[in-house]
Design a protein around this ligand. Structure first.
Ligand code: 4AD
Ligand code: MG
Length: 431
């Protein structure tokens, strides 16, 4: 007996097959009964006609409950009115695993904490499957984008001795070496690799022990960080707008059904094309103040400011050249205004805020030493990083795109906690 996945039923029309999956819905008129089966690739309706069935099969139908796992055998027929477009005229039914009637997630509203506590089961919902499919599409598109452009993927360490960004660090004991820190970024290693291989990107998990409970912070998230030798800040933004536009176009092209499941307004994605508007930080502050924000020159922009700034645009916006004190030590001083650095944040439209942080890197040995000192960072941890400036320094730039924020924006979700299978947040380490 062939055992196609539900998505493959189309090519089995007329044949008798066995479908294995989980029951999401049952109804019966007493003579004819229906069970909707989900297998992760789609849903199919199984039709049970009492008068044509072995009584044992009809009796087994009566034991089907929400999330019972089954193997249903029957003839595949096209049925435009059935969910999925095909149905099975059932001849046999095997109950693989019963599911007691206390299945926690019922077809009604549940609170978010309840759902997160039952995340291992919540994943089975069509909405969660749609989000996972968009995430996967983006992961594949990331690989394709860089592969097609001749970048090498470099996998950088998660256990590190050096630190990268300013926010909190997770630490763990590391044999005789003392404390190891979970990587907040792969960037510093990416810079070493860029001097070796020219164009590289990293793609991996990163960790921030931030005590923020906002809708856009996780303690563990995935980041894509390209680093390109000989790119300046301007080239860096061009790469970002090409990259982000490529990602959005890919999802629009291949994941329409999922966007529809999520009720995403795709018109808001179709306008995402280069070039993206560029606003100087100093001008952005003036605009924000005019709009009533309390932001002062020198502050980093908060989520509310970012939302206020992008409301006039139909695509992502770059805010460029922030004050030194608002940004990380490795960013290159802006020769035209040394109070600022050559950097950009890419802000997604519709209030989603920062999805990318990028910059040209400080390539002057002495200036970098000074920044490390000014920030009070441990000089010995950065010895190897400084050698990248000592032995053949080079203009280079790169950026980090947060995968979860990007998925949340493209899917139109309020909170990034639904965007990763098992989110890690300040108050959540289980399941
Ligand atoms: O702006 P960030 O901190 O930049 C860096 O880490 C640089 N080293 C990147 C680089 O230049 N190579 O983080 C980059 C992006 C943010 O724009 C955001 O999308 C995401 O990472 N991000 C988070 N996503 C979820 N939860 C958090 N706590 C995040 N912190 C940053
Ligand atoms: Mg940032």
């Amino acid at each position: 007996m062939s055992t196609p996945r539900i998505a493959e039923l189309q090519s089995h029309a007329g044949q008798t097959v066995t479908v294995r999956g989980w029951v999401t819905h049952v109804r019966s008129s007493g003579k004819i009964a229906f069970a909707v089966i989900r297998d992760g690739t789609g849903v199919a309706q199984a039709v049970f006609v009492k008068s044509q069935l072995d009584p044992a099969v009809w009796e087994a139908f009566g034991r089907l409950t929400l999330e019972t796992s089954v193997a249903v055998t029957g003839q595949v027929r096209a049925e435009p009115r059935a969910p999925g477009g095909f149905e099975l005229g059932v001849t046999a039914l095997e109950i693989v695993g019963p599911s007691p009637s206390d299945y926690p997630i019922q077809p009604k509203e549940h609170g978010i904490d309840f759902l997160l506590d039952h995340r291992h089961l919540w994943l089975r919902s069509p909405r969660q499957r749609a989000i996972a499919a968009v995430r996967h599409e983006l992961e594949q598109a990331v690989q394709d984008f860089f592969y097609e452009r001749g970048f090498l993927r470099v996998d950088t360490p998660i256990l590190t001795a050096a630190i990268g960004e300013r926010s909190g660090l997770f630490s763990t004991e590391y044999f005789e070496e003392g404390t190891a820190y979970l990587a907040q970024t792969g960037q510093l290693y990416g810079e070493a690799a860029a001097a070796a291989y020219g164009k590289i990107y990293t793609f991996g998990p990163t960790f921030r022990a931030e005590k923020s409970k906002t809708r856009r912070h996780l303690t563990e998230f995935w980041m894509i960080e390209p680093e390109v030798a000989w790119n300046d800040s301007n080239d860096n933004m061009r790469l970002q707008e090409d990259f982000v536009s490529f990602l959005v176009a890919r999802v629009l092209e291949r994941r329409r059904a999922e966007l529809q499941e999520l009720e995403r307004d795709v018109a808001r994605l179709e306008t995402v094309k280069p070039p993206f508007p560029r606003i100087n930080y100093t001008d952005a502050v003036a605009v924000l103040q005019k709009k009533g924000s309390a932001v002062k020159w020198g502050d980093d922009l908060g989520a509310d400011d970012e939302a206020l700034l992008v409301e006039d645009y139909d695509r992502p916006v770059f805010v460029m050249n922030y004050p030194k004190e608002a940004k990380a030590f490795y960013m290159k001083e802006n020769p035209d205004d040394p109070r600022t650095v050559l950097c950009d944040d890419c802000l997604a439209p519709e209030g989603y805020g920062e999805i990318i942080g990028g910059s040209q890197r400080e390539d002057d040995y002495d200036k970098l030493v000074q920044r490390i000192r000014d920030e009070g960072l441990p000089m010995d941890a950065y010895g190897w990083y400084l050698e990248l400036r000592k032995y053949g320094t080079f203009t280079h730039a790169g950026f980090g795109l947060g995968l979860e924020r990007t998925v949340a924006w493209i899917c139109g979700l309020q909170h990034i906690r639904e965007v990763i299978a098992f989110p890690r947040m300040m108050y959540r380490l289980k399941p």
